[in-house]
Design a binder for this molecule. Structure first.
Ligand code: FHN
Length: 446
């Protein structure tokens, strides 16, 4: 699906979906998106019956790795016996995250709240025997963390949903429109339950690819949600009626053209708990990916997959704590900042303060010696290594008297005091950052 995002004078969002239909979204969303833009880090939680056997969420039966009846047997093992929603919220707070996105229902159709629309939910059909969402969202709000609801539009379990297994559908909509209308009533009813019961600050839709905006009644759903809560924000998986883009596991190289965007990513390779997946990224790797996204104007939504009893895997607890400790030392360079200077001026990620008078440089690895900044016309008033607080020296090299082209800034970086993971240098500038973007030239002030 291709979405062309054009920002008007007041951040009107225009989307063109895969069918070339241009939809306008004549809302001024820049104000309500501000908390999201400032938040930079969210924690994603994939929790469901798939954590009983530690298999692919929903996809394991859809792709026929396991039979549907065997997949649904997992209902009997979802105990939440060690579930401590306040501990989850406190750990998310400690990571430095400003929001969390929890699966309310994945493609398998198993609701994590006590839905009155059917029995396929953890309160009615599992040993957990309770709505696990209400206490979690309450705990997040006690910790002043914004609440995001992941909601799968796809429901491969529902008898009136067309798709089921990868090679077998229940019916075609055009042949049985009344069945699709029954599904629409069901899915929109469940969405309304989540809206009324949890009033999410953010909706993280998923699975929109299986049907069109019209079939999902996407515009009607957006209107329902934003009428109920004008400040709620919607991700870009509602077939062109969302507010921001959601690259997934794929790291943008060039700066995404979308004004607001969020990279969602796992810590190992799987969304839910899978014991055999020990391919854990290191804290250095996660922090590098995090600052790369932030430097390009995006957020990181980092996923954890709790076990069926509600225990969060130790590796993920450690990761969130390490990430939080790094954010404690360097958070001013991340939270409430704006995207950094274009690539080419510094060999690493950068961010700027909102007034652009402070430039943050993220050293991509341990270094001893000098780092260089090109094309900076500003006078640097001070350079501080965050964490250690050391004041650093710099010199300007190659500034020619007759040329307006700035010299190269070389900063002396001491081997001591650098961060355990990514070191940040804070450059206080004389005024908002001003960059030379020319090709050099000669004998001219080009
Ligand atoms: O199909 C889902 C998948 O299971 C997982 O939930 C990810 C997380 O963003 N979203 C979809 C794949 O894009």
């Amino acid at each position: 699906m291709k979405r062309l995002l054009v920002l008007g004078a007041f951040a009107t969002l225009f989307f063109t979906n895969a069918h070339g239909q241009q939809k306008t979204n004549p809302e001024d969303i820049s104000k309500k998106m501000q908390w999201f833009a400032d938040a930079k880090l969210g924690i994603f939680i994939h929790w469901g019956i798939y954590s009983v056997n530690g298999i692919d969420e929903s996809w394991s039966f859809h792709n026929k790795k396991i039979s549907y009846p065997d997949y649904m047997q997992q209902l009997k093992g979802f105990t939440a016996s060690n579930y401590d929603p306040q501990a989850w919220a406190d750990l998310i707070k400690a990571s430095g995250a400003r929001y969390a996105v929890m699966t309310t229902k994945h493609h398998d159709g198993v609701a994590l709240w006590n839905s009155k629309l059917g029995k396929l939910n953890v309160a009615t059909s599992t040993p957990a025997k309770r709505d696990v969402l209400t206490p979690f969202f309450a705990a997040l709000r006690r910790d002043s963390i914004k609440c995001g609801a992941y909601f799968s539009l796809i429901d491969w379990s529902y008898k009136d949903y067309p798709q089921f297994l990868k090679d077998s559908n229940r019916y075609e909509i055009k042949a049985q429109p009344e069945r699709w209308q029954r599904f629409q009533k069901f899915y929109e009813g469940q969405m309304a339950e989540v809206m009324n019961q949890f009033n999410p600050d953010l909706w993280w839709f998923d699975g929109d690819w299986e049907h069109s905006a019209d079939e999902w009644e996407a515009k009607k759903m957006r209107t329902m949600l934003t009428s109920h809560n004008p400040n709620t924000i919607i991700n870009g998986r509602l077939q062109g009626y969302g507010d921001y883009e959601t690259p997934e596991q794929n790291f943008p190289v060039s700066r995404p053209k979308f004004h607001w965007w969020e990279l969602c990513m796992t810590i190992n390779n799987n969304w839910g708990w899978q014991p055999q997946d020990t391919n854990w990224k290191t804290p250095f790797e996660i922090i590098t990916i995090f600052v790369d996204a932030v430097s390009n104007g995006g957020n990181l939504l980092l996923d954890i997959g709790p076990k069926a009893d509600g225990t969060i895997p130790e590796e993920e607890v450690t990761m969130l704590k390490e990430l939080g400790a790094w954010n404690q030392r360097n958070g001013e360079a991340v939270f409430n900042t704006i995207a950094g200077i274009p690539q080419g001026h510094f060999y690493g990620p950068t961010t700027l303060s909102k007034d652009s008078t402070t430039l943050y440089l993220f050293l991509p690895a341990k270094t001893s010696g000098q780092v260089m900044v090109k094309g900076l016309t500003n006078k640097i008033e001070s350079i501080t290594m965050l964490g250690s607080g050391q004041q650093l020296q710099h010199k300007v090299v190659g500034k020619i008297s007759w040329s307006a082209v700035p010299g190269l800034v070389f900063i002396d970086v001491p081997a001591t005091g650098q961060d355990k993971y990514i070191t940040v240098l804070k450059l206080k500038l004389d005024k908002p950052v001003k960059l030379y973007r020319g090709q050099g030239g000669f004998l001219t002030n080009e």
